[in-house]
Design a protein around this ligand. Structure first.
Ligand code: ACO
Length: 373
């Protein structure tokens, strides 16, 4: 027998539920805007670096020139990873997803870290992760191609160094800037699934690394960060712009979710898309990828006609990372390299005014019954 004593109001997927307050970012679906600590994200993309944005998310303000320099020096100093972690990375199966490598690496970094769990130590752990994760991702990308690691180069800034460690060279300034823009746009988005996961773990007074590992697990899924990979797989299946409409009809008839479209909060378009779309178009022009861009546009137009759904950030991110030369399974780890800033800002905010996150569930199972021997 199914028992429901009364009809409680259930907010499936916590849709529309205000779970707490935050001062880190404001996602406004009505005006299609996203503010980090009050600054419009597109303005940060136009005028600031990813490290500036990390400082903003963590401290509440953009850095002064001396703070900028200090942060850059610390980031450069914290890039190298020790030999034991390199050995561990090399031993991981190449059949595992790169998000599994990253999850394991964060767990390892946590096991090595002897600092307490106080706010100051958490600030240093956050920066350590921001600086070391690109090194881990670059090593993982290279080992999957049978290549040796390349050491970080302290003469290069964050994004240029990441290209250097991954490919052994730094591309055109426009490409480096487009990557930086993607890092800024992916950095923070309020109570999204992975950030909320990190806050749930933090609310039990567990440690920062455990919260980040859990966040990585949540981000891996294709309904969240994994969508940027799925977008590129999908575009690879479509044989040119003229095929987009037919491909979509078939996929929708098969009741497939079309990756990179729709959003839980934004129903009239994702505020971050125009900025990253402009970066995609710039990089596509440099790489002579007109056909890919035309297919991308044709699918978006067909999706709007068929379902009235707009693209989300993962839709331009997938082809952008492809044109930059990353293998598809590396796309979600790139998202982690950025979102580490938002997660750790939220971990600090959660700890500063903590309350255990523990919702209720409306029981719908079998009613009371006697246990028989
Ligand atoms: N493709 C096809 N149909 C869709 C899509 C999509 N991408 N998104 C929503 N719909 C349809 C649903 O099938 C549903 O239709 P129905 O009412 O006829 O059943 C309706 O729109 C509502 O969809 P929900 O999944 O209930 O909307 P919700 O707000 O829960 O989901 C989500 C948001 C999960 C992002 C969804 O749009 C989706 O699955 N998109 C594809 C995955 C994706 O791109 N994720 C990235 C999110 S952004 C980010 O992480 C940076």
């Amino acid at each position: 027998m199914t028992v429901l004593d009364e009809e409680p109001e259930v907010h499936k997927g916590l849709a529309g539920v205000l779970a707490d307050t935050t001062s880190i970012s404001k996602v406004d679906a009505e005006t299609n805007s996203l503010l980090y600590r009050g600054y419009p994200v597109q303005d940060l993309c136009a005028h600031r670096t990813f490290l500036d944005v990390a400082h903003l998310l963590w401290s509440g303000d953009l850095p002064t020139p001396s703070e900028q320099q200090a942060l850059s020096e610390r980031e450069k100093a914290l890039r190298p990873i020790d030999r034991s972690l390199q050995t561990l990375l090399m031993q991981m199966p190449t059949t595992c997803h790169p998000m599994d490598t990253l999850r394991t690496a964060v767990s390892w970094l946590g096991s090595e870290d002897v600092q307490e769990d106080d706010p100051q130590a958490n600030a240093s752990k956050s920066l350590r992760l921001l600086a070391a994760l690109p090194t881990v991702v670059a090593i993982d990308q290279r080992r999957r191609r049978g290549l040796d690691p390349i050491a970080p180069d302290p003469s290069l800034d964050y994004s240029a160094n990441f290209f250097h460690m991954t490919f052994g060279s730094v591309p055109e300034p426009e490409v480096v800037r487009a990557f930086e823009v993607s890092m800024i746009l992916y950095a923070e988005h309020s109570f999204n699934a992975s950030t909320f996961t990190a806050r749930v773990v933090t609310s039990t007074l567990s440690d920062l690394y455990s919260a980040v590992v859990a966040g990585i697990g949540a981000l891996k899924g294709p309904l969240h960060g994994g969508a940027n990979e799925a977008v590129m797989h999908m575009l690879s299946e479509i044989d040119g712009p003229e095929e987009a409409e037919a491909w979509l009809s078939e996929a929708l008839a098969a009741k497939k979710k079309i990756m990179g479209f729709g959003h839980r909060v934004y129903k009239r378009g994702d505020s971050r898309v125009p900025t990253l779309q402009a970066s995609l178009e710039e990089v596509a022009a440099l790489r002579g990828a007109d056909d890919l861009l035309a297919t991308h546009a044709a699918l978006a137009a067909a999706m709007f006609r068929e379902k009235g759904l707009h693209p989300n950030l993962d839709y331009p991110a997938g082809p952008l990372y492809h044109l930059m030369g990353f293998d598809i399974p590396m796309f979600t780890p790139l998202f982690v390299m950025s979102r580490i800033t938002g997660w750790t800002a939220h971990i600090s905010e959660q700890l500063a005014a903590n309350s255990l996150i523990r919702p209720l569930a409306a029981y719908q199972g079998t009613g009371w019954r006697q246990v028989t021997a």
